[in-house]
Design a binder for this molecule. Structure first.
Ligand SMILES: Nc1ncnc2c1ncn2[C@@H]1O[C@H](COP(=O)(O)OP(=O)(O)O)[C@@H](O)[C@H]1O
Ligand SMILES: C[C@@](O)(CCOP(=O)(O)OP(=O)(O)O)CC(=O)O
Length: 460
């Protein structure tokens, strides 16, 4: 994607990226030998990027990021070119009420602005004009507030006066919001990265509709997401945010090891070398990945949380101590990932249960062996009963498992939905927990440009 340009761009753009559900392949996908089957979700995070118009004579140099669905969620950043090719250093500006840091946003800004300053040399001369970035997350990313609030922190209040606002105000700070586990950080890092690239770069240097554009977005978002997370996950969540549903083989973690941090000597050049270079070795296969006609992947919010990191540690410790047994289990799990991909992709509806049931069993066995609640008893009991509901074809505790959301593969018709909802209502009552069928469903499309005119409420 590298080149030069005289066109500063600064277009008003909206980019959205989907959430994820790793239907099969949790844990094994951390190893490049294996793959995972991931679906994008209909719940998206949108980022609207636009210029900030300053009055004549005012020289504002800041990028403002706002999440109008949360309290105290305006982050202002200053930025400057670091010495010795260190890229763009970003610093949060504080004025008035102290605001929590947003590490994912801040890190993404420093990586993406550094990338842009290196691929578009005209930026070195005129720098970055101030910009406003608005983050709008579909409501399913967070559990709804008990009493939907009608207050809003922005002037775009008409969004909130409707009884079913497209973007609900959650009435809390982002820190106190209850996430439903759909992969908000990967979706926001991806949408933010794409919106900055599309806003500041002319189309011949970044075009999301081309394979080169998607590749640059993917690699840059992976690097920024890993840096913000402080750990190198498999990256299946960023891959599905960019490409949508796919069979994913991770990149080698060593790729990131040689990259200096923002501000360090030579950072910008090395970053572009890594993002646009030939070294990236992850594989994203979309062919043959899909769902049969009339079948949907739906999510149940279980209203509990799980510590993925500690579960991964337990699985890895078990694997180290039991190499041979673990290799056998990993192979069997891989077999199920492949089989499920085929059965779903080829529309073999009648075989879904036959593949998913033993997959759950294998995940439970691995959990028992290593002492991690991958499919805890409470989930096992609920999913077994749920699978008895007419129209439900299979179910799984996706990703790392635990007490988070459950995924259901079911017939996509109103009657089945009614039966599943009724079942979950009863189950919640009997077991004094809160389980509900979310509106969100598996979707194949990845990051996409949206029509800014649909976001008129929010444009300046
Ligand atoms: N609507 C939002 N606006 C701004 N930042 C967000 C938003 N949603 C998520 N984030 C960022 O993503 C982080 C959540 O990441 P993480 O805990 O990894 O959750 P997840 O499992 O959903 O990816 C938040 O701390 C924040 O930095
Ligand atoms: C264990 C894993 O393979 C899958 C985790 O999947 P989840 O969907 O549970 O992920 P989080 O939302 O980040 O907790 C780790 C990985 O692949 O990075």
């Amino acid at each position: 994607m590298a080149g030069g340009s005289d066109n500063p761009g600064n277009r008003t753009v909206v980019v959205s990226a989907p959430g994820k559900v790793l239907l099969a392949g949790g844990y094994i996908v951390l190893d490049r030998k294996h793959t995972g089957l991931v679906f994008g979700l209909s719940a998206r995070i949108h980022v609207l990027a636009q210029e900030i118009h300053t009055s004549a004579g005012v020289h504002l140099r800041e990028i403002v990021v706002q999440s109008p669905q949360f309290l105290n969620a305006t982050w202002k950043y200053g930025y400057h070119l670091a010495e010795n090719g260190g890229g763009i250093k970003v610093t949060q500006l504080q004025s008035g009420t102290p605001v929590d840091q947003n590490h994912f946003v801040e890190t993404t800004l420093s990586y993406v602005l550094s990338y842009i300053s290196q691929v578009d040399k005209t930026r070195a001369a005129h720098g970055f004009e101030p910009a406003s970035l608005l983050v709008l997350a579909d409501n399913d990313y967070y559990s709804k507030p008990k009493e939907p609030t009608t207050t809003t922190t922005t002037t775009s209040s008409s969004n909130q006066t409707s009884p079913h606002p497209r973007f609900l105000h959650f009435g809390t700070t982002l820190r106190d919001a209850h996430k439903t586990g759909l992969g908000s950080s990967a979706a926001i890092v991806t949408a933010l990265t794409a919106s900055l690239l599309a806003h500041y770069l002319p189309p011949h240097l970044f075009d999301l509709s081309t394979p080169a554009g998607r590749r640059a977005l993917h690699n840059l978002a992976q690097v920024a997401h890993c840096a913000a997370q402080g750990k190198v996950g498999s990256g299946f969540d960023v891959a599905s945010a960019v490409y949508g549903s796919s069979v994913y083989r991770r990149f080698s973690p060593a790729l990131l090891a040689a990259l200096p941090g923002p501000g360090e000597d030579g950072f910008a050049e090395k970053l572009v070398g890594l993002v646009d270079g030939e070294g990236w070795d992850c594989e994203v296969r979309k062919e043959g990945v899909g769902l049969p006609e009339g079948v949907a992947v739906r999510m149940c919010d279980v209203d509990c949380g799980t510590q993925t990191v500690s579960m991964v540690k337990k699985v890895h410790a078990w694997r180290e101590g039991n190499a041979e047994v673990a290799a056998g289990v990993y192979e069997q799990l891989q077999g199920k990932v492949d089989e499920l991909t085929e059965v779903l992709g080829e529309g073999r509806v009648g075989e879904i249960g036959r593949v998913m049931k033993p997959f759950r069993e294998l995940m439970r066995t691995m959990g028992r062996e290593c002492g991690a609640p991958i499919e805890p008893d409470s989930q096992e009991e609920m999913l077994d009963a749920l699978e008895g509901v007419e129209g439900v074809l299979g179910s799984v505790v996706p990703g790392a498992g635990g007490y988070d959301a459950a995924a259901v593969v079911m017939r996509d018709d109103e009657e089945t939905e009614k039966r599943v909802k009724a079942f979950l209502r009863e189950w919640s009552k009997e077991h004094e927990i809160q389980v509900r069928l979310m509106g969100v469903r598996g979707e194949t499309e990845g990051a996409r440009m949206e029509d800014p005119s649909e976001f008129k409420l929010w444009t300046q």
